[in-house]
Design a protein around this ligand. Structure first.
Ligand code: PRT
Ligand code: ZN
Length: 225
């Protein structure tokens, strides 16, 4: 996509952050209608285009300067940042603020019958996760070696399926762990949704619009506190 005079904001197309992201922008006075079949939604009262994509694509789109802003879980942002640093790809963006939705934690969990003392109980064992970089960083800090089992989904069934000894997955209520005969042993990362900006220099008009949106977000979030 070529440069645009309109502000581009990437939000999750469908999933846990998508409704709240749309609600937040609407409560900031950005009017738009989403067509489920379309990637882009144009605002009709402000020079803003919304890009509706998979959440995993949002940090990269912002870091590569394809879009100006993105609304994303800190877990996905940080995972992508470590991945890109490892690969030598652009990994910079500005975190404008944390938002008041998308709360979850990335935790280690093991089967109920596992006799867990501390993280060293996992030494040499296999851990299933969709967040290999955040897991590696935590285990390196603790000086524990483990074996990877990379799964994009169904992480919580990996131990029962005999694929891994433990898991490292997102938790909010804990019901999924319980339903799968697992218990949480360590929280390795706490996450909220956040709004990020590309480090690319903005035109004065676009930067003024970003400042206006951010100041309205501050007002909306504060009003709910
Ligand atoms: O399709 P796309 O790639 O865009 O979406 P996705 O399926 O990758 O992500 P999605 O929509 O499931 O989650 C988007 C973001 O919401 C995550 O990256 C987190 O920042 C945030 N979030 C908040 C959560 C949860 N809470 C959450 N509970 N994301 C996932 N879960 C899952 C978790 O993986 C586990 O399967 O819910 C289950 C656990 O929930 P409890 O309540 O049973 O503990
Ligand atoms: Zn995703």
């Amino acid at each position: 996509m070529s440069e645009s005079s309109r502000l581009r904001i990437a939000i999750q197309k469908s999933g846990r952050l998508s409704k709240e992201s749309q609600k937040l922008l609407k409560s900031c006075g950005v009017k738009f209608n989403v067509n489920e079949q379309r990637l882009i939604a144009h605002s009709d009262n402000m020079p803003i285009d919304l890009l509706r994509v998979r959440d995993d694509d949002i940090p990269g789109l912002v870091m590569d300067g394809v879009v100006d802003l993105g609304i994303i879980g800190e877990n996905v942002l940080e995972e992508e940042q470590i991945e890109r640093q490892t690969l030598g790809k652009p990994a910079e963006c500005l975190k404008l603020r944390e938002l008041d939705f998308g709360a979850c934690r990335l935790s280690l969990a093991v089967p109920n019958e596992f006799n867990y003392q501390d993280a060293t109980s996992l030494e040499g064992l296999r851990i299933a996760t969709s967040y290999p970089n955040l897991l590696r960083r935590y285990m390196q800090q603790k000086g524990i070696s483990y074996r990877d089992c990379m799964l994009k989904g169904s992480v919580e069934v990996a131990p029962r399926a005999g694929l891994s000894d433990g898991i490292c997955d997102l938790v909010s209520t804990g019901a999924t762990l319980e339903a799968n005969g697992l218990y949480e042993t360590e929280v390795i990362y706490r996450s909220m949704a956040c709004i990020i900006q590309s480090t690319q220099e903005q035109t004065p008009d676009k930067q003024a619009l970003i400042n206006k949106i951010l100041s309205r977000i501050n007002g909306v979030v504060r009003a709910k506190e």
